[in-house]
Design a protein around this ligand. Structure first.
Ligand SMILES: [Zn+2]
Length: 240
C-alpha cells in the first residue's frame, strides 16, 4: 500500500527528471542515455560469490542511474518503473541467447524482505520485473513474471555489510514456493533484480531455484540473471 503523500505528491508536484531533477520531464535525454547507453554487459563482482550465475547489467550504478533506482525504490517514484523496466529487459535479452528465446522467459524477482516491502509501501524489484516483462512482450518475446522465491526468515538489512557478511546473512535465507518446479518447467528462468552489489542475493536466489528443480531440471541448470545496475568496478575488471 502506498502512502497517501506519495499518491498526492505525484499529482501536485511538478514533474522532474528522475535522474537529475531537470524540470518538466520524467526522464531527460541525458539520463536516459546513461541508463540505456552502451547496452547491457556482463558484470562480475569481485570477489565473485560461489554459485553466482552469469549476470548481465544495463548500466553502472552511479550518478543518474543511482538516483533513478533510489527514487523508484525509496521514494516510490513509480513513473520510473517503465524506463527502468526497459533497461532491465535489455539486460534480460543480453543474458539469454536468442536461440533459447522461443520458450517463454520466466522472470523471477529476487525477493525483498517483508519488512522492507512494508516500510517502502511497494516491492520495487517486482514492479520493475513486471515492467520488463511487458517491454519484452511488446517486442515479441514471450515473457512473464513468476515471483516464486520468498524469504524463509527475516534477514538483516544488507547495506553496510561486507561481501562476506552479506553472504552469511543470506545463506539459506531463500526458498522457492511449493509447486515452483512445475511453474518453471515450461520456460527459461531468468533471475532479475534492480541492483547487484556483491552478488550474494543473486547467488542465494540461484541456489533456491536450483533446489526447487531438484538439481536436475534443465530449466534451472543454466539460470541466467539480469539487473539494471551493478557497481562500476564489476564492469571494468578483466579476468581470464
Ligand atoms: Zn536527467
Amino acid at each position: 500500500m502506498r502512502r497517501w503523500w506519495q499518491e498526492i505528491s505525484g499529482l501536485v508536484l511538478p514533474i522532474a527528471c528522475g535522474g537529475c531533477g531537470l524540470p518538466r520531464t520524467p526522464l531527460c535525454e541525458e539520463c536516459a542515455q546513461e541508463l540505456h547507453g552502451p547496452g547491457a554487459r556482463r558484470a562480475r563482482p569481485l570477489p565473485e560469490p560461489a554459485g553466482l550465475p552469469e549476470v548481465y547489467a544495463a548500466a553502472p550504478y552511479a550518478d543518474a542511474v543511482r538516483a533513478m533506482l533510489l527514487g523508484h525504490k525509496e521514494r516510490g517514484v513509480l513513473g520510473l518503473a517503465r524506463p527502468l523496466g526497459a533497461a532491465l529487459a535489455g539486460a534480460v535479452r543480453a543474458a539469454v541467447a536468442p536461440a533459447v528465446r522461443e520458450v517463454p522467459l520466466l522472470l523471477v524477482p529476487v525477493p525483498s524482505s517483508r519488512r522492507a516491502v512494508r516500510a517502502r509501501g511497494h516491492d520495487p524489484a517486482r514492479r520493475i520485473a513486471l515492467a520488463a516483462a511487458g517491454e519484452l512482450r511488446r517486442a515479441g518475446t514471450p515473457a512473464r513474471v513468476l515471483p516464486v522465491l520468498r524469504q524463509r526468515r527475516e534477514v538483516a538489512d544488507q547495506s553496510g555489510l561486507t561481501a562476506r557478511e552479506r553472504a552469511e546473512n543470506l545463506s539459506g535465507a531463500l526458498e522457492a514456493v511449493a509447486g515452483a518446479g512445475r511453474l518453471l518447467a515450461g520456460g527459461r528462468a531468468v533471475l532479475v533484480d534492480d541492483l547487484m552489489t556483491t552478488g550474494a542475493s543473486l547467488a542465494e536466489s540461484a541456489r533456491a531455484l536450483h533446489m526447487a528443480g531438484g538439481g536436475r531440471c534443465p530449466a534451472f541448470a543454466r539460470t541466467a540473471a539480469a539487473v539494471i545496475a551493478a557497481s562500476p568496478m564489476s564492469f571494468d575488471i578483466k579476468r581470464n
